[in-house]
Design a protein. Structure first.
Length: 161
């Protein structure tokens, strides 16, 4: 178990709900308290498999890392950046994404998504994200998430509109 007063890296496995069975390696920067403050960051890695390709996820017909998987990886990094800093009973949900997918990544290569919390505006959290492979920028952009009460959010989501 990690002490709350230490600063270091935490390594764990994370998986995006609804995604293929790929496993991400995550490194989160731990802060001494549970405050959501600019500067929180996390790095998430993914080794590209056939299940991650544009062909497999239906976003194209080429055997390279698909944009939906790039986005899922970037979002996983934002979730990891704040995971140990949320108030009890809270979670974050994605609300807005701006992502430029700039370079293809073939099967077998490892990409890393880095997310850094840049803005905290009450419940609104803004992250800068960058995905790279071997020193090359694969994608970059911005992800916004909203801090919500987990129970109320799930309850409302289950109600008919």
């Amino acid at each position: 178990m990690l002490g709350r007063a230490t600063v270091g890296e935490i390594h764990l496995a994370a998986r995006v709900i609804g995604g293929p069975a790929s496993t991400y390696a995550v490194a989160m920067q731990e802060q001494p308290d549970h405050a959501l403050t600019p500067g929180l960051s996390a790095r998430v890695e993914l080794t590209v498999t056939d299940a991650d390709t544009a062909q497999a996820v239906g976003s194209g017909d080429v055997p390279v890392l698909g944009t939906p998987r790039v986005l899922a990886l970037a979002e996983a990094a934002t979730v990891a950046a704040t995971a140990r800093h949320l108030p009890a009973g809270s979670t974050t949900v994605g609300t807005r994404v701006e992502l430029d997918h700039r370079a293809p990544t073939p099967v077998g290569r490892t990409v890393a998504a880095q997310a850094r919390l840049t803005t905290v505006d009450r419940r609104r959290l803004v992250f800068e994200v960058a995905v790279s492979e071997g020193g090359q920028t694969v994608a970059e952009g911005r992800v916004e998430r909203m801090l919500v009460d987990r129970h109320r959010f799930v309850e409302r989501a289950g109600q008919p509109s």
